[in-house]
Design a protein around this ligand. Sequence first.
Ligand SMILES: Nc1ncnc2c1ncn2[C@@H]1O[C@H](COP(=O)(O)OP(=O)(O)OP(=O)(O)O)[C@@H](O)[C@H]1O
Ligand SMILES: [Mg+2]
Length: 317
Amino acid sequence: MNNHHETPIVTVTLNPAIDHTLHLPIFTLGQVNRVDSERTDPGGKGINVAKVIKALDHPVLVTGFLGNNNSTVFQNYFKSEDICNQFVETPGENRVNIKIVDTTHDIVSELNFPGITPTTADLDSLITTLRQLAESHKWFVLSGSLPPTVPTDIYAQIITMLHQYNCKVILDTSGPALAAGIAARPFAVKPNLPELSQLMNSAMDSDEEILATIKQLLNQGISKVAISLGEKGSLVADCNQILRATAPTVAVSSTVGAGDAFVAGFSVGQARNLSLTDSIRLASAAAGAAVALPGTQAGSLIEVNKLINKVQIQEWR
Ligand SMILES: Nc1ncnc2c1ncn2[C@@H]1O[C@H](COP(=O)(O)OP(=O)(O)OP(=O)(O)O)[C@@H](O)[C@H]1O
Ligand SMILES: [Mg+2]
């Protein structure tokens, strides 16, 4: 498949993050600790989704808010990966998440900084950018948490606006932002089980309850409901079928970002008009390939293709 005639999928990241990972033989509180090696990776859920879309050889465009004090790592990354960048720049620092890895004990400690605080004018610029993109793009992925100054219903506002242009939106967020976003009836949602359980204010500990929730979301007007179950795979439903997909068995390196890779694979499948079954296959294989690599790195297309046939899909109920 070549991507020259395909329209980019747009991913929206309102709260980008820089993952700064430090490796030390031993980390001791209250002492001078020497770092052996470090790496800095641009992150934030929509950006992680974009990495995987790109790795699947589909064009991608990134937008959202980017703090301009520490945006270089993002700019360099987008340039090096040939990812089209239409972020709205706002004053301030993007979140930095420091991960201190004690390699002897294999323990990770994290320090998470606060992030950007976009203004009302920034919000307006974002809506203008998205409106322009909606003229010539069809698929939008809205992923991740919101900065504190952004209204809880921002995803709902964006979805409603994008629907005026017949765009399709895949929403992957949690808490109040998910609840508010669902009311605007995005094309697809992908909660994991804890997110679903928070949304429904219910334990989700039986198949009956999960089934009833899937039906409720479909009845509300969401076309595709994907529920990810970590290493247990996923459930994906539309008005015709409810499918259960296994997660391919891989040597696990890091499950951080598994959901983002799943969303990336699913969005590429849907943008390419694949069947629901083939979209889930691609989603599960992309997630498996990402899980096999450290951090939030995307698996190569070769690895993804190797895993595609290892995903088992059955009708569920
Ligand atoms: N250990 C694993 N081995 C193989 N595949 C996995 C594993 N864990 C997760 N996956 C795949 O990734 C998908 C998404 O995982 P999960 O349910 O953990 O998402 P998530 O909680 O949204 O993750 P995140 O938001 O951190 O990216 C699963 O449906 C599965 O296909
Ligand atoms: Mg997730």
